[in-house]
Design a protein around this ligand. Structure first.
Ligand SMILES: [Cu+2]
Length: 162
């Protein structure tokens, strides 16, 4: 009986410490957001940081726009609106991803983040997170579409501090 009480006290201590640690973490995050040096984005043409949504239209086998600019560490949901009477796909990723899809015979996309098929006249969405600054290409790799010019870029800008 006494032993069980002791164990309960021990468990309570662990929970108290956990609660104190979480409270300290929240305080640290709030401080970081408010402190000078916090990430800001004053450029209306640059999306992010955080979760953002971008709508890309497909007209006559072209993406519109062909350029999206985001701050690094942004998670972008691409909403792809296919206005064409034929199917397309949206694939965003590094060179290896595009080589694979350009050479391969993949069918429908939709399970891998950053890859989605879009049926004629339909809208589809996929989400991808961009951490490293640089340029990440998006494209459609249905036969002939890439070489026709169904390509665009996500420009990932480094986060700056004020
Ligand atoms: Cu296409």
């Amino acid at each position: 009986m006494a032993r069980r009480t002791r164990m309960r006290r021990g468990a309570r201590l662990v929970w108290t410490l956990a609660a104190m640690w979480m409270a300290a973490s929240v305080a640290a995050v709030v401080f970081a957001l408010a402190a000078p040096g916090a990430t800001t984005n004053s450029d209306p043409d640059v999306l992010g940081p955080g979760d953002v949504t971008v709508t890309l239209d497909i007209n006559n086998s072209r993406f519109v726009p062909t350029r999206v600019v985001v701050l690094q560490h942004s998670t972008v949901t691409f909403r792809i609106v296919n206005h064409d009477p034929i199917g397309h796909e949206f694939i965003v990723g590094d060179g290896g991803v595009h080589s694979l899809h350009e050479a391969g015979t993949h069918g429908q996309h939709g399970t891998v983040p950053g890859e989605v098929s879009v049926a004629p006249g339909e809208t589809a969405s996929t989400t991808s997170t961009f951490h490293a600054p640089g340029v990440v290409v998006f494209a459609c790799h249905l036969p002939g579409h890439f070489s026709y010019g169904m390509i665009g870029e996500v420009v990932v800008k480094p986060q700056t501090t004020r």
